[in-house]
Design a binder for this molecule. Structure first.
Ligand code: AMP
Length: 579
């Protein structure tokens, strides 16, 4: 078995022994340690409020790096005061607990203090990708009954004004002015309101199950759904931040995800602030040179990113990495898509550190399965369940029940309910929510295997699986094999309906820069895949594509590849990244 052994690190791990921590850990204890005297718990209070009156009040909470080169440090007490001002603005505008607040901005400080302020005021917050167009914005604001929207004046003009009349629930629009034009009618000036508001705000009793965040899933295979999370989710953010990301108070931490994706909220705002680290926020989009510069200059010690970003950095070559030594970097983790073994090992080449894959989804609210600092890595495996998380590989039964499958066999990844960051419903789709459970098990919709040592291996989304000549084939396995070829940058694999074998495996391949597509290369790749996967699993067809369609969070949209292949309507493409 291919294993990356872990020598003892310079910094001892928060969790030196995974098995021992699993035996010891209890969610009710973790929760009890955070409850206030009245049995309440508020995310923003735990993320910034308590630090603002403690020993790290003056410490930098957020180091903001602007697109155009600006840099600004915001301390814990200052961030808390800004959040309180925003909470007071909400109160003065008549917003009450439970009201929907939508945030549509780039990664700018206002997004961070507004989210924390809205949480203090017990509103239900939805951050949206600023790259969304008018349609996806309108759909989500309507579904989530948004009462207040915060955006910038330029985004408002481009994306909200055209659909504003259709947004019946929306009562207030706050604009951060980023142009010279006068404020459009029906909007208010955010900065003026924040400046006038008091920096003191008393958080009312927040029961642990008070709604806090509404996140729309990225929808790689279907229409987005609104997953509702509650304030006590922060108990899991803190525990997983410590155990899976090994966050320690002295860390400088960078999560590259946008808060429009759940990763950018749970681990791009809440977990790191609650753990008291310094959080780096970069406003700009991906650029390999810029990212290396940030890792080096900001002395990032813990870095949480995604496989697409890793692959783009790999594409830029190891010379770029070697030109930017990062001695402060001590832990790298990735989430969102399978991390192929080559990418895990590339971390060793580029930074002297392997990349630690971990697994979770919008619905779970926090990391559920992970590779840990103190645990050997089996490249290609997503690791072992977090302490407090019982994961299993199950088979659905015709009677609606579930049965475990033996180690090594494929089945659906399931989690026993009861962890604090579990979603509490799909908004307005209670029936759909109920269908995710079989008894006490939450069925994730992902297929996986567990090996005899307890490591979990991702197989694919249950609804992405390809059935060819009686074989069940996971696209990821095929993509991963193709990506081992030196000419391949990325691959997306689908099943193409076929009257004889059911579906044939078809791969879309984006090549590395400088590599020319040709029939000879196509044949070579077909042979390469056949050698690694066998004829039953290897693709029968390969098409070259300049790039692959992806969601804003970087997931390959196989559904879209398939729709395009078959000339079908593309369905909901609202989360699609411009390609
Ligand atoms: P989202 O809710 O948008 O974060 O998407 C969650 C889905 O992304 C999961 O159900 C998986 O299908 C996929 N995913 C997330 N992390 C991983 C990972 N480490 N390995 C494989 N798939 C992953």
């Amino acid at each position: 078995m291919d294993t990356i052994r872990k020598p003892a690190g310079a910094v001892p791990a928060n969790m030196p022994d995974h098995a021992a921590e699993c035996r010891r850990f209890r969610w009710d204890e973790a929760r009890a340690a955070l409850l206030d005297a009245a049995g309440g718990l508020n995310m923003a209070q735990l993320a910034v409020g308590r630090h603002a009156r403690g020993p790290i009040a003056a410490k930098t909470a957020l180091r903001w790096l602007g697109k155009a080169g600006a840099c600004c440090d915001i301390g814990y007490a200052e961030l808390d005061a800004l959040a309180s001002r925003f909470a007071n603005v909400l109160a003065s505008l008549g917003l009450a607990a439970g009201d929907g607040v939508f945030l549509l901005t780039g990664r700018i400080p206002a997004l961070y203090y507004a989210m924390l302020g809205a949480l203090k005021h017990r509103c239900r917050v939805t951050p949206l990708f600023s790259a969304f167009g008018p349609e996806p914005i309108a759909t989500r604001v309507t579904l989530g009954a948004g009462k207040l929207l915060l955006t910038t004046s330029s985004l408002y003009r481009k994306k909200v004004e055209p659909v504003r009349a259709s947004l019946g629930s929306l009562q207030q629009v706050l604009l951060l002015r980023d142009d010279e034009a006068p404020l459009p009618p029906g909007t208010l000036d955010l900065e003026a309101l924040v400046a006038e508001a008091s920096p003191d705000y008393t958080v009312a009793h927040t029961a642990p199950d008070t709604p806090a965040l509404l996140h729309f899933t990225s929808g790689t295979t279907g229409k987005p759904k609104g997953a509702l999370h509650v304030h006590e989710a922060i108990v899991a953010h803190i525990a997983t931040g410590r155990l899976a990301l090994d966050l320690k108070p002295d860390d400088v931490y960078w999560c590259t995800a946008d808060p429009g994706w759940v990763t950018g909220t749970s681990y791009g705002i809440l977990a790191p602030l609650a753990c008291g680290v310094t959080l780096v926020v970069d406003e700009a989009d991906f650029d390999a040179e810029r990212w290396y510069g940030i890792l080096q200059r900001e002395r990032v010690s813990v870095w949480y990113t995604a496989p697409t970003a890793v692959r783009m950095m790999m594409r830029a070559g190891t010379a770029a990495a070697q030109a930017h030594p990062c001695p402060a970097l001590r832990f790298i983790a990735s989430v969102g898509e399978p991390l192929n073994p080559q990418a895990v090992r590339w971390g060793l080449e580029a930074f002297g550190l392997p990349i630690h894959d971990n697994w979770w989804q919008t619905e779970t609210g926090g990391i559920m399965v992970a590779n840990y600092l103190s645990m050997d890595i089996r490249p290609g495996s997503m690791g072992k369940p977090l302490p407090g998380i019982e994961a299993a590989v199950l088979q659905r039964q015709p009677d609606g029940g579930v049965q475990p499958v033996p180690d090594g066999a494929e089945g659906e990844l399931a989690l026993r309910r009861g962890w604090p960051s579990m979603f509490r419903t799909y908004l307005n789709e209670e029936e759909r929510y109920r269908k995710c459970f079989a008894g006490d098990w939450y069925l994730t919709g992902d297929l996986a295997r567990r090996d005899a040592d307890g490591y979990f291996w991702f197989v694919g989304r249950a609804d992405d699986m390809i059935k060819s000549s009686g074989h069940l084939i996971g696209p990821f396995e095929v993509e991963s094999a193709l990506m081992e070829h030196p000419a391949v940058h990325e691959a997306g694999v689908i099943g193409k309906p076929d009257p004889v074998v059911g579906e044939v495996v078809k791969a879309f391949v984006a090549l590395k820069p400088g590599v020319e597509a040709s029939d000879a290369l196509r044949r070579e790749l077909l042979g390469f895949a056949r050698q690694r996967l066998g004829a039953a699993v290897a693709p029968k067809e390969i098409a070259f594509a300049p790039s692959l369609p992806k969601t804003r969070s970087g997931k390959i949209m196989r559904r879209l590849l398939k729709a395009r292949e078959l000339g079908l309507p593309e369905g909901d493409t609202s989360t699609l990244e411009a390609t």
